[in-house]
Structure formats: structure tokens, C-alpha cells
Design a protein around this ligand. Structure first.
Ligand code: F6P
Length: 408
């Protein structure tokens, strides 16, 4: 049983529902009677610098907690900070554990993706080494949906719903002229194509869906791509294609690098990706002699809280509560997960895995979900993704705009 205080942090790229998970841990901790619920400002980096928020003082009413649930981006602020290896960075761990001791922390929760689970794993290992009783529990989040060990990650469903919606709307717009044109949509997700594949959800009785989908799991061949666009334009003038920001050639280079975009990396060694749509639209426009436009969906994919998936928002809240239950049960070094029991009806529950099996791992779209020609996803992918975008959340509006909780 937890008797004293807990601390929660958020890390990595935000999502539209990462705060629902924060609300989940917070709500569970409050009803368990935890004395103080602290938040780290800007994740572990803020904790190292002693930047702490007393969440109880901020989330002082049910209305505020509700507003938090519907506020996009990381309320506590985020960081991309890699903890040193235990062997070489003992001083960092000593400082961190001293902070936790000063605050009287029983349990530490970190809401993040695969890199953030590396943080949880290292803290758990160091804690064990020094015999610390603090429990370290991970709460999954990622629009990229690339975490191993969980059926899907909170954040994916809402981003997928936004992407499929925008794809549908862009298709309506892009097909108004009776002239040849190509629209290229660039979608986030790094080296995993879950988000790009979600553009296929746009297809239905009122929409043809994207004409081509390029996933990072399939090597990209520029000449083949142009030939397919040209071929399709013989029977359909206006085309919309969805490409992942992370598509790479068979030689391994990112397509956005062909555009000469700067090769910058973050501390985890991830290449910062951007410019693929602009590049492909420009090349296709020139080579095929048609009007073309590149649209990078960019950050709205992960912060469009006016279009949350109700399933996603509820699950984000539940994994937060589930993570607290893990610590409450005396367990540590684990990450809460979502375990799908069936697609139709969609049934999913919260479970857990050792965080070591998630840290730094990556779960890409499996071959079985990809169309035989490599330019799309199949029914299995759609059956997997469709339940995750279901339901709408009525967000609170003020002066014609969605209300959000202002970051402190
Ligand atoms: O990992 C989530 C993600 O949104 C990726 O899809 C994207 O490539 C990356 O973060 C962008 O990160 P940042 O906002 O730190 O540049």
C-alpha cells in the first residue's frame, strides 16, 4: 500500500490524450488517499533541477480534472532527455534519488513512449541496486503506436481519427478541378507506419480514400512511385497520396534527405523528419507536368483535442489508473498495457508487462497488414485500427473555441 507521496512526469512528444493519463493516475492516487501528488515540470530533466508542481493545488476540483482530460499536449511540460548508463552516470542517479527522498516519494509514474520507458527501466534498476522501496511504473503514450508489449498506445486512436478525417476532407477539396493534380499528405510516425496507414480509414461509401499510401516499412522507390502516379492519372485526374515522414529508400536514406533537409538528430538518435511531402510534390509536379501540393499534417496530428476519439480518451484515463494500481499492489519496473480481447465487439482491458521488454523497442506495422503491392494497408489493418477511432468527446467551448487548462 502507498502511504506517502507520488510523483508523475510526462516525456517525449505530446499526444491529444496524454493528459487523460495524467488525470487517471491523479484520480486513482487521490481516491487512495495519497497525501501529496507531485508533478515533474518537463519530465526527469525538471526533476533533476528540482522543478516540481503540487498537483493537488492545481487540480482542485472535478471540473479542473475534467478540463485536464480534454486539454491536448503535456500539461506538465515534456523533455527528450536520456538518462546516463548506470555505470557511468551514478552522480545523476544519486541526485535524482535524493530529490525523491526529500519529497517522500513512494511511487514514480512516467507517461511516455519507448524512450521514456528506458528512463523508467534505468530508475528501477538503480533503485534495486541501492535497495530503494520506491516503485517505478510506466504509462504508455505515443501517437506513433510503436510500443511493443501493448496492443496499441493511448494517443494513437485520436491521431488516427484526425488523420483519417483530414484525409477525407482534403480528398473532397483536391478533386474539385477537372485538371490533373497531385496532393501529397505527409504524416508523422517516424519509422512506424501506423499513423500513415490510418489515412486508409477515410475510405467509405462517400470517399475513395487515398490513391496510394507509402509506409516506412516498405522501401520507397521514387521512379516506381512516379510511374504509379502517372498511370493512375490516366483514369483519375486528381490524386491524393499519403506518405509517412519516415519513408526511406532501399539504401536506407530518408526521402526527406533527398530534399536536402538538414540531418539533425535528437538525444535518442532519432532523425528529425520533415519535408517529404514538399519534395515529392515538387518532383512529381515537374516530372509529370501537373499541379501538385505537399501538405505536412505536422503537430495538429497530436494536439487536435477538438476531435478526440472517445475510446482513446477513456483508455488513456484507464491506463493511468491501471499504472497506479500496479504500484499500489507493490509492483515495480512495469508498464501498464492495453490488452485487446476482441475486435467486434471491441473489448480491451488494462494489463501490465515488465518495462524492460518495452524500453527502446519498436513495433512497426507487420507484413500481414500491408497490401501486396506495398502501397497501402489491408482489411486486417483496418479491423485493428477502426475500433480505436470510435466515439466523440464533447469538449468544452468558450467564446467559440475549445477551453484548455493553462500550463503552470
Ligand atoms: O514520437 C512522436 C512524434 O510525434 C513523431 O511522430 C515525430 O517524428 C516526433 O515525435 C517529432 O518530435 P518533436 O516534436 O520532438 O520534434
Amino acid at each position: 500500500m502507498l502511504s506517502k507521496n507520488v510523483i508523475i512526469g510526462q516525456s517525449g512528444g505530446p499526444t491529444a490524450v496524454i493528459n487523460a493519463s495524467l488525470a487517471g493516475v491523479y484520480t486513482a492516487a487521490r481516491s487512495a488517499g495519497v497525501a501529496h501528488i507531485y508533478g515533474m515540470k518537463n519530465g526527469i530533466e525538471g526533476l533533476l533541477a528540482g522543478r516540481i508542481l503540487d498537483l493537488g493545488a492545481v487540480l482542485d476540483s472535478e471540473e479542473t480534472v475534467n478540463l485536464l482530460r480534454h486539454t491536448p499536449s503535456s500539461f506538465l511540460g515534456s523533455c527528450r532527455y536520456r538518462l546516463p548508463e548506470l555505470e557511468t552516470g551514478e552522480d545523476t542517479y544519486r541526485r535524482l534519488f535524493a530529490q525523491l527522498e526529500t519529497l517522500g516519494i513512494d511511487a514514480f509514474f512516467y507517461i511516455g513512449g519507448n524512450d521514456s520507458m528506458d528512463t523508467i527501466h534505468k530508475l528501477y534498476q538503480y533503485g534495486r541496486r541501492i535497495g530503494s522501496p520506491i516503485r517505478f511504473v510506466g504509462v504508455p503514450k505515443s501517437i506513433d503506436n510503436d510500443l511493443p508489449g501493448t496492443d496499441h498506445t493511448p494517443g494513437y486512436g485520436s491521431a488516427a481519427k484526425f488523420i483519417a478525417t483530414v484525409t477525407k476532407e482534403v480528398i473532397c477539396d483536391a478533386t474539385v478541378y477537372d485538371t490533373k493534380n497531385l496532393t501529397v499528405l505527409e504524416i508523422m510516425g517516424r519509422d512506424a507506419g501506423w499513423l500513415t496507414g490510418a489515412s486508409a480509414l477515410a475510405k467509405g461509401e462517400d470517399c475513395d480514400g487515398p490513391d496510394l499510401i507509402c509506409l516506412p516499412e516498405v522501401p520507397f522507390d521514387l521512379e516506381d512511385f512516379l510511374a504509379r502516379v502517372e498511370q493512375k492519372q490516366k483514369t483519375k485526374k486528381a490524386l491524393v497520396v499519403a506518405v509517412s515522414e519516415g519513408i526511406r529508400t532501399a539504401a536506407g536514406g530518408y526521402v526527406c534527405e533527398l530534399a536536402g533537409s538538414e540531418k539533425r538528430k535528437d538525444v535518442f538518435g532519432h532523425r528529425m523528419l520533415s519535408g517529404t511531402a514538399q519534395f515529392l510534390a515538387a518532383v512529381a509536379g515537374e516530372r509529370l507536368g501537373c499541379k501538385s501540393r505537399g501538405i505536412e499534417l505536422n503537430t495538429p496530428q497530436r494536439c487536435a483535442a477538438h476531435l478526440l476519439s472517445a475510446v482513446d480518451e477513456q483508455e488513456a484515463f484507464e491506463v493511468g489508473k491501471g499504472a497506479f494500481a500496479i504500484a499500489q499492489a507493490g509492483r515495480t519496473g512495469e508498464m501498464a498495457t492495453l490488452l485487446r480481447r476482441s475486435d467486434e465487439p471491441y473489448v480491451c482491458s488494462v494489463s501490465a508487462v515488465p518495462v524492460v521488454s518495452v524500453a527502446n523497442g519498436e513495433q512497426c506495422v507487420p507484413k500481414e497488414y500491408i497490401a501486396p503491392d506495398g502501397y497501402g494497408v489491408n482489411e486486417r489493418f483496418l479491423a485493428y485500427a477502426r475500433p480505436l477511432i470510435q466515439g466523440e468527446v464533447a469538449c468544452l467551448f468558450q467564446n467559440g473555441l475549445p477551453r484548455t487548462l493553462k500550463r503552470r
